[in-house]
Design a protein around this ligand. Sequence first.
Ligand code: TMP
Length: 222
Amino acid sequence: MDVQSNGLFISFEGPDAAGKSTQIRLLANYFNKLNYQNIVTRDPGGTAFGQKIRKILLAKETNVAPITELLLYAADRSQHVYELIKPSLDKGIIVICDRYIDSSVAYQGYGRQIPVSLINHLNNIATNKLIPDITFLLDIDTDISLRRRDSSNLDRLESESSEFHKRVRQGYLKTARLYPQRIHIINARKPISVMHHDIKHILREKFKTLFSKNEIIAHEEN
Ligand code: TMP
């Protein structure tokens, strides 16, 4: 398989405390070693404007309407694609994004129970149908992910009930079943180095042309 634009668009999904940030950092380091230009960004909050939206979204307001929340995530995403993701891909840069469209499907669709068809429609509008080339879903049992978090410092979404977070997980798994070509499930209970190895292996298999010429890979395989 080859990539849809000049760059490569990789998203990471999963619940809080699944280890996304660590895997993203390791992957960016790996690309740096290969001298592949890359950026790490996040959704929500990947632009200056988006940072403001992120603050509003995660503050512990009460009585936020589910559709208000959905629209704010979409507004952040629209700005993110317009200002950073698309221009970077057009320059041939690898974009690693911490959360993207599947988060809205899982959290607002399954968590808040807004129809998924509406979320998909809005995602298409916000992103101009820019879909990641590949997505890694870090999957973990909800009870474990909830225990792993710092419970003294939870944001508005994190403070939701365990039933909400269980629906989010099921939403992610259903989405992964719908798009098996794009979404790869990574068992987030595995050790960090094993997860990193699995992620690199999947990338190399899927984007052979991108990685084939690089000697570091051959070296690393040994
Ligand atoms: P983060 O702390 O992982 O960056 O994510 C912020 C929170 O926002 C996290 O609890 C998941 C949630 N979220 C949604 O509910 N919908 C979305 O579309 C995105 C991107 C995140």
